[in-house]
Design a protein around this ligand. Structure first.
Ligand code: ADP
Ligand code: MG
Length: 411
């Protein structure tokens, strides 16, 4: 089989359905910064949009995908301090979809919605206090979230309401703490998680995630959730914002698919982009399992996923292995062993990848560095098959849409 020809539309339905080449429509894009990973995303989005797939950029920390999404006539949602907010307890989309469904489909959607909010809250708490949420705390959160669902209209409850439930200590929450009628035991059980939640509403995170959602996620057009105001140095907020965006994005995509499965909406295909994945993974050791849970909840059919990172170091425990294929740009030799466990690498392929990661030379005439030698060069690997080496030539339109060096060129 002519592998090279078949993967010309890298993540398209063609590769998954027609050629039956990929086990999952998930791609892992790996490579040193500046070599063209995000530019490849631009290429894929444009191509897939042409095939009727809607690109969804879930979290753009550099604002580098905004021009693309605007050119595709999509929506740009801006989140950050003093900008838009995304209520992490908002399950409005899932609830609205669930209201149109019946039976198992409805139950699945509701269970997923609860699981997702729990995962997101757990991740936020873990980012903030840097220790894991305990089983007891998780049980407390589940009971409290269930109560919130009964008491509030979908999308209305915010973290402050959750804290109020814990403070009040109603029976269903009290029961899981085994405190019986003893107040001191109840307080002992819930105080740590309540304190962590309070810290969330107070700190930098609160501004963005503890208020009501300002702009709901709309999947009828391409979407870019822009987080550029968060700043590169704000590690915790950047990680939290990405996670929250992924959670809300997947919830909306799943709700949309559930409606299509029930024949209530036209089937739709989405291409979800998780760029700068490493920022979440590096923020805390607990994040790999949070991201895993998040992507596990995601329905596979009709959605393809691109995970972009510059290192496999933090991608432990199955996240990388879940990728149907890998596109590797230049990487330092320290990455090769980890990559080899996913796709297998020949000596030649190893040499190619390390060569592409060579630093650029200094161009005396221009008074600046030349382009990196590995820019635009990548190896497409599907499982243990030999890789397909490609040299990505950007068109003028693509260059204009995606130019992260623009800031420097003007000076
Ligand atoms: N194939 C390519 N040919 C020429 N320039 C490229 C190519 N890919 C990326 N670039 C340029 O290199 C810079 C970095 O690309 P980017 O996609 O942001 O890299 P990464 O996401 O890997 O950090 C951008 O200015 C982009 O326009
Ligand atoms: Mg990038």
């Amino acid at each position: 089989m002519a592998v090279g020809r078949r993967v010309r539309y890298p993540i398209g339905r063609r590769a998954v359905t027609r050629a039956a080449l990929l086990s999952a429509p998930t791609v892992l894009i790996l490579g040193r910064p500046g070599l063209g990973k995000s530019s490849l995303i631009t290429r894929m989005c444009v191509g897939l949009a042409g095939f009727g797939v809607t690109p969804i950029i879930l979290g753009d920390l550099k604002g580098e995908h905004v021009a693309l999404v605007e050119a595709l006539n999509g929506n740009v949602v801006r989140l950050g301090r003093g900008k838009g907010s995304l209520n992490v307890l908002d399950q409005g989309v899932s609830m609205a979809a669930a209201a149109r469904l019946t039976g198992q489909a409805r139950q699945h959607l509701l269970a997923d919605s609860l699981g997702r909010r729990l995962n997101m809250l757990g991740a936020l708490v873990e980012l903030n206090r840097r220790s894991a949420v305990t089983d007891l705390e998780e049980a407390v959160l589940v009971a409290a979230l269930r109560l919130l669902d009964e008491r509030h209209k979908p999308g209305d409850a915010v973290i402050a309401d959750l804290i109020a439930v814990l403070e009040e200590g109603p029976d269903p929450v009290r029961r899981v703490t085994l405190s019986r009628d003893r107040d001191d035991r109840y307080r002992e059980a819930v105080d740590p998680i309540e304190a962590s939640l309070l810290a969330l509403t107070d700190g930098a995170l609160g501004d963005v995630f503890a208020r009501k959602t300002t702009v709901p996620i709309d999947l009828t057009r391409p979407l870019c959730v822009e987080l550029a105001s968060i700043g590169e140095s704000d590690t915790k907020l950047a990680a939290a914002a990405l996670l929250a965006t992924w959670t809300a994005g997947f919830a909306s995509v799943d709700a949309r698919h559930a409606l299509a499965d029930a024949g209530l909406e036209e089937p739709a295909n989405f291409f979800c982009v998780l760029d700068e994945l490493w920022r979440v993974l590096q923020a805390s050791e607990h994040m790999a399992s949070r991201v895993r849970a998040l992507t596990r909840l995601n329905r596979q059919s009709g959605t393809s996923l691109a995970m972009v990172t510059h290192s496999l170091a933090d991608l432990s425990g199955g996240l990388a292995e879940r990728a149907g294929y890998v596109v590797a740009f230049g990487v330092p030799s320290s990455e090769l062993d980890a990559l080899e466990t996913i796709v297998g690498l020949s000596q030649k392929e190893r040499a190619l990848l390390v060569g592409w990661a060579s630093p650029p030379t200094f161009n005396v005439e221009l008074g600046r560095e030349s382009d990196p030698p590995g820019r635009g060069k990548a190896l497409i690997k599907i499982a243990q098959r030999p890789g397909v080496a490609v040299d990505i030539q950007l068109t003028r339109a693509e260059k204009d849409l995606h130019n992260t060096n623009r800031r420097w060129e003007m000076t």
